[in-house]
Design a protein around this ligand. Structure first.
Ligand code: G3I
Length: 343
């Protein structure tokens, strides 16, 4: 009898351990699986030319369940000459995503950076610019109609003081371009979610109030907008109070808007010290927690698959190590911080 009780006990322990393993995941469980259990999209910005590298592609499909093109869908890279488009890289990304059951966040339809030379090299009338923008949006959104989960329609058009930034489109068309862009994007793909995307908008202050004011006006005017992207390019000195970030997400939710974390990375000065990696992990954990706790935060995207392909060292010499995987694609403390939280 004792023997049977002992065996039964062993069986119960074994079944409980298996159940816990299945429910909670273990250290080998990729982020993708853990994120799905949390009803969260977790992703990375990708370069279409690297998708043929098996290491890159396997990491992407193992760890992430959504992707966004880092540069391939911007106006300049897409359109070498007026009226001409080269969709090779963008198509590669969209096809890869479809094959691997990953939605795509389209980035970005209207931005003042990475515009084509042909557009910058001469003067245009307001009407000409409106026509160019309209054609661009219908061409790009139309091509991928039904294949893009969400578009960043307008990017970074609020200045640090909360006013409308002085940029190519504001100067050429005026503030109306924002509303026009959202309406055209919606017409071209009524199913796609449409976002306004910006940096330094997650905390308190004039910039986040400016972003809030802009999207609140759009909502009030019946413009089709569905969310706000918080880019989250930070340094290890980032110290926004999570309760303020939560309040910011809540006031957007009150407008009926989603929030996506769209471009997160946390750059570290060289040489990289262990304490800096821990601080970086803390920042990723804080932002992921804020997203998980917010009812309207559904997507968490990082700007690069690994440190081997991050934009940071090019733009901020002396800084790097900004993603959650190192140059050999090995998990860093930030990876485990997110992993543990999702578990
Ligand atoms: O592909 C060309 C190459 O042919 C050329 O020889 C080389 C020489 O400069 O440039 C290459 O293009 C570069 C491109 O990245 C691809 O590597 C551009 O110069 C460079 O400006 C471009 O930088 C991109 C940057 O946006 C442009 O502002 C970064 O990769 C990209 O990560 C970054 O992403 C932005 C988001 O779209 C919006 N939010 C901020 C974020 C960081 O700036």
């Amino acid at each position: 009898m004792k023997k049977y009780l002992f065996l039964l006990g062993l069986l119960i322990v074994f079944i409980t351990a298996c159940a816990l393993w299945v429910v909670k995941g273990n250290n080998d469980t990729p982020l993708r699986i853990l994120a799905q259990r949390n009803h969260l999209y977790i992703g990375a910005a990708v370069n279409g030319w690297y998708l043929t590298d098996p290491y890159y592609a396997n990491t992407l499909t193992r760890e992430f369940n959504i992707i966004t093109p880092e540069n391939a869908m911007k106006f300049g890279p897409l359109s070498p000459a007026q009226g001409e488009y080269n969709f090779t890289e963008a198509d590669a990304i969209v096809n890869f995503a479809i094959e691997n059951d990953m939605p795509v966040r389209g980035h970005v339809l209207v931005w003042t950076n990475q515009l084509p030379d042909w557009l910058l090299d001469r003067q245009w009338t307001r009407d000409e610019l409106i026509e160019i923008l309209r054609n661009h949006i219908f061409t790009v959104v139309g091509r991928y109609r039904g294949k893009i989960m969400a578009w960043d329609v307008v990017n970074e058009t609020i200045a640090d003081d909360g006013t409308l930034a002085d940029n190519f489109w504001t100067n050429g068309i005026g503030p109306d371009y924002i509303e026009m862009a959202f309406r055209w994007a919606h017409e071209a793909d009524p199913e796609a979610l449409l976002f306004y995307n910006d940096f330094n908008a997650e905390g308190a202050g004039p910039k986040s109030d400016g972003v809030y004011g802009l999207v609140a006006d759009l909502v009030q005017n019946g413009v089709p907008i569905h969310g706000v992207g918080f880019e989250m390019h930070t340094t290890i000195d980032w110290n926004v109070d999570p309760t303020i970030m939560a309040a910011n997400m809540e006031r957007l939710e009150a407008l009926g808007l989603e929030v996506h974390i769209t471009e997160m990375d946390v750059r570290i000065p060289s040489p990289v010290e262990p304490a800096a990696l821990e601080r970086q992990a803390e920042i990723y954990r804080t932002v992921m927690r804020a997203c998980l706790e917010a009812a309207n935060c559904t997507t968490f995207i990082m700007w690069g698959v690994s440190d081997a392909h991050s934009w940071i060292p090019w733009v901020y010499p002396g800084w790097g190590s900004a993603t959650i995987l190192d140059e050999e694609y090995q998990p860093k403390p930030a990876y485990w911080a997110i992993h543990t939280l999702l578990k």
